[in-house]
Design a protein around this ligand. Sequence first.
Ligand code: HEC
Ligand code: CU
Length: 317
Amino acid sequence: MSIQPPEASNFAVPIDRMFDAMLLLCGAVAVGVFVAMIWLCIKYRRGSKANREGGARQNLAVELSWTLIPFVLFCGIFAWSIDLWTTLRSPPANALPIYIIAKQWMWKVQHANGRREIDTLHVPLGEPVRLIMTSQDVIHSFYVPDFRVKQDVVPGRYTALWFIATKLGEFPLFCSEFCGTGHAAMIGTVEVVSPADYRKWLQAKPTLAPAVVGRKLFEQFGCSGCHDPHSGIHAPDLHGLYGTQVRLADGSAVVADNRYLHDSIVLPSTQIVAGYAPIMPVYEGRIDEEDILSLMAYIKSLGPQPAAPKGDVHEQR
Ligand code: HEC
Ligand SMILES: [Cu+2]
């Protein structure tokens, strides 16, 4: 159907088919209702010779069919959409992670090797891509109509989106959540290139790996003064932290995922690690989201603890 935008991702065709099916179903019901209405209007118009005595008051077969048929149809649509939704929400394990930071009023992109771009997003054709997104300020929404994907981008949170681009070329990217006076200008382009061109593009500019940038920031913001092994301050060693279970002072346990690392840096007092004093400074508003991503990349790059750890071995690990 040409009234729909190009179908340029793995989700475009299944979503369009579902849209078409719902449109047909609703259209058929609407036509049925209007045909009956017009026919009844003509038949029972004033002065017509129609029989106005009134028919049956009850008809079990009619009542059952107008209850059961829509019920079955809607259950079918429910199952269909849940199935599609689950796929939309389950990125394959090998999906290429790309970080997106929205801010008034631009899209900042950081690729795995550290290459950055603004208001354009390069992705390889035919490979699953997973976007991990956050906002520097207000709620934005990442929307690529030709891919049929849309996801809110929320400050203080990482939301995700995945797709496989199925067509080469440039596709418009929009912010679809009103985010201030420059909202309408918060547009960009998704450039789908061949996997070989994508790898070439990644290498085309000398870039520092996010973990390397992160280590620099780790020193610059004074984190290393507390967190490096041998710092002499009673602070958790961050080696091997990512992905493990952390025991908190309030007795609960959390998994050290992106969200946890982010909150531990920005608002450390919300989740105090068991066995430590809440002495870590609050970095909220002092580190922007890009730097937090780099710090996280550095923390994730830290392997297991060095062989001879300092005295206060992190007890939860
Ligand atoms: C004054 C010393 C100090 C500084 C500076 C400091 N931290 Fe911390 N940090 C701590 C302490 C103590 C804890 C454990 C108590 C808590 O959870 O707040 C901690 C906890 C953490 C945790 C959670 C650790 C875990 O095992 O779950 C992370 C992640 C972290 N800090 C990262 C950073 C980063 C990144 C910086 C720099 C931007 C930084 N810290 C600066 C003292 C510090
Ligand atoms: Cu926006």
